[in-house]
Write a protein that binds this ligand. Structure first.
Ligand code: NI
Length: 168
């Protein structure tokens, strides 16, 4: 097990569009286990492979309060979306910032597990929001993209300043 380095906005690598997972091998299982460790340690409720600079369609999440319901989605696809939900979102790649984002409230998702087995399920509320947020990462998109230019630029300059202070 290993903690992985999480990329921070505005790192251009976060804009990479991830490729489908085709090899369901030991390397994949190792990455999933490292991503869970990194997400729980952070702590966060979701982490996409993009955020740890691995550009494949894989995300891990746990939206339970008890932090014992790990879920791993591989090659996820949103089959249908309904309703509207507005929640304060944060992101491990945008540390310290929380803003309201509007998303679908109920989604139906198809996914594969670490062995490549396909399934479908329905999610709503925070689980649906988390899946949509993490799937955005796989397309190189961040929650700050839903904000006004003014807000996004303000967040960008604060984070760039923090990163400079850390590296100096
Ligand atoms: Ni995020």
């Amino acid at each position: 097990m290993a903690l992985l380095n999480i990329l921070h906005f505005p790192d251009p690598r976060l804009r990479t569009v991830a490729k489908p997972v085709s090899e369901f091998d030991e390397n994949l299982k190792q990455l999933v286990s490292d991503m869970f460790e990194t997400m729980y340690e952070a702590p966060g409720i979701g982490l996409a492979a993009t955020q740890v600079d691995r550009h494949i369609r894989l995300l891990v999440m746990d939206v339970s309060e008890t932090r014992n319901q790990p879920r791993c989605l591989i090659n996820p696809v949103i089959l249908s979306a309904e309703g509207e939900e507005e929640m304060d979102e944060g992101c491990l790649s945008v540390p310290g910032f929380y803003e309201k984002v509007r998303r679908a409230d109920r989604i139906r998702v198809s996914t594969q597990d670490v062995d490549g087995v396909s399934s479908e399920f329905e999610a709503e509320g925070i689980e649906a929001v988390c899946i949509q947020h993490e799937m955005d990462h796989l397309d190189g998109k961040l929650f700050v993209d839903y904000l006004s230019n003014l807000k996004r630029n303000r967040i960008r300059s604060k984070l760039v300043k923090q990163q400079k202070q850390k590296s100096s």
